[in-house]
Design a binder for this molecule. Structure first.
Ligand code: IMP
Length: 187
């Protein structure tokens, strides 16, 4: 089966831009199923993805595989917080608040994405992850969300200081979405 287009259910235009750029290289076009999906209180990104998939009706775009994803930043110094609560924390205390919480704490972190695809009745979920550290202050204007404070391991610049191609090469989302693209290409 050759998949030439998928529908990405998200309200986030930045995620759409990143996901489109990746699939373009696999010859797959990404339709924007623009909708805000429920984010249940859940212990893992995978559970959130399962709930998001369940919330997208199959009849939305008949015959077109549905993609959803959920991401979070996990701070070692805060025992994995905010993790699945990353959006709530970003919206309520912002990067300044996160940096204050981390004062005097260990600064290693990981960024993780769970991505799920539904094709007919089959669902497949995968994850991507990148390790790094949290900068002492926000740097750079590229990207979105936590990008200005996350420095991927092996580099000095934050995701906010990288081009979108550089970020994608080793980002959590880049890894998760490339594995979805490979899965689709082997169907
Ligand atoms: P969600 O996946 O939309 O729930 O995202 C959780 C939070 O993490 C939101 O505040 C997003 O802005 C942020 N976020 C998600 N992906 C990224 C990323 O690739 N870089 C920086 N922040 C992100």
């Amino acid at each position: 089966m050759v998949v030439r287009r998928i529908a990405f259910a998200t309200s986030n235009a930045d995620k759409l831009r990143e996901v489109r750029a990746i699939f373009r290289r696999y010859g797959v076009s990404v339709l924007w199923d623009r909708r805000r999906l429920p984010e249940p209180q859940a212990d893992s990104l995978r559970e959130v993805v399962r709930a998001k998939l369940a919330a997208v009706p199959s009849r939305a775009l008949p015959g077109v595989p549905v993609l959803v994803e959920d991401s979070g930043i996990f701070l070692s110094g805060l025992r994995g917080f905010p993790g699945v609560y990353s959006r709530f924390v970003y919206d309520s205390i912002g990067l300044g608040g996160v940096l204050r919480l981390l004062e005097g704490q260990e600064r290693t972190a990981s960024f993780r994405t769970a991505a799920g695809i539904r094709i007919g009745r089959t669902e497949w979920i995968t994850e991507g992850r990148v390790e790094g550290t949290i900068a002492s202050a926000p740097r750079g204007t590229a990207g979105f969300g936590y990008d200005p404070i996350f420095v991927p391991r092996g580099g000095r610049r934050t995701f906010g200081e990288l081009s979108s191609e550089e970020k994608e090469r080793f980002s959590h989302r880049g890894r998760a979405i490339r594995s979805v693209a490979r899965y689709l290409s082997h169907l």
